[in-house]
Design a binder for this molecule. Structure first.
Ligand code: SF4
Ligand code: SF4
Length: 234
């Protein structure tokens, strides 16, 4: 079946070239990373994953990537055990060598995942909460352009047709997200597929419109915004 061939990802990537923001968000978060590089390009913070067919496509097309392995075998085993079936963990040569054309789908989407409600509907983009103290975009979701939202949506709708198991995986992760936010008595910020911001009640799943630019700032970006001259971190 042609969809299982690596060329499928070549085509899927063409649906999703949009940058996450018009400004270089890496320059905003890197100063907060001791390594001085964008958090999502530092495998000490984020290890990209790839579908097996995607990995086949990448490794036959570029020398940018290799399979990821930690120096600590325990960490390697732990993260590999958490990786969904049919995916592998990968590492690129580093942010200075990025090849936009060959960014993995997990790079293109970060920090967002397709949020799926308990009725199984993919309704928008929410973020990986474990990175909310590091990723600048999570504190500045208003910078995400319409082109990104549209391409993200199209790409995942296509992917779910070919890999229905992935919809189940994100459905499960969305459920975990609701639990996580319910525990901390917060509503879940979401950019709806329609482009508007919404807050989702973590308990009732009721959604209500909320201005994207008013979503809370978090971690160091909250502290920076409260300084007398916060403009540097807007
Ligand atoms: S997506 Fe987030 S973590 Fe990655 S470079 Fe942009 S601000 Fe930094
Ligand atoms: S491929 Fe580019 S975006 Fe992806 S982790 Fe490497 S440097 Fe970052």
């Amino acid at each position: 079946m042609c969809h299982t061939q690596s060329t499928y990802f070549n085509r899927l990537y063409t649906y999703f070239p949009s940058p996450l923001s018009a400004i270089d968000c890496g320059s905003k978060c890197a100063p907060y990373n001791a390594a001085g590089v964008p958090f999502c390009c530092d495998t000490n913070h984020v290890v990209p994953s790839a579908y097996q067919a995607e990995w086949e496509y990448l490794r036959s097309s570029t020398d940018l990537w290799k399979l990821w392995q930690s120096d600590d075998p325990n960490i390697t085993s732990e993260l590999c055990a958490q990786t969904p079936e049919g995916q592998v963990l990968i590492a690129c040569k580093g942010h200075r060598y990025c090849q936009r054309k060959f960014r993995a789908l997990s790079c293109r989407s970060f920090p967002f995942f397709p949020y799926i409600n308990s009725r199984g509907e993919f309704i928008g983009l929410s973020y990986y909460w474990e990175h909310e103290d590091r990723c600048w975009v999570i504190s500045n979701m208003h910078v995400v352009p319409v082109s990104f939202i549209e391409q993200f949506t199209l790409t995942y709708e296509q992917l779910f047709e070919v890999y229905p198991q992935e919809k189940d995986n994100f459905s499960y992760f969305s459920k975990l997200t609701r639990h996580q936010f319910a525990r901390s008595q917060r509503s879940i910020p979401m950019i709806h597929k329609n482009g508007f911001g919404y807050k989702i009640s973590a308990r009732s799943e009721r959604i209500r419109r909320f201005p994207v630019e008013k979503f809370p700032k978090l971690g160091p970006y909250k502290i920076a915004a409260e300084l007398p001259f916060p403009g540097e971190n807007d």
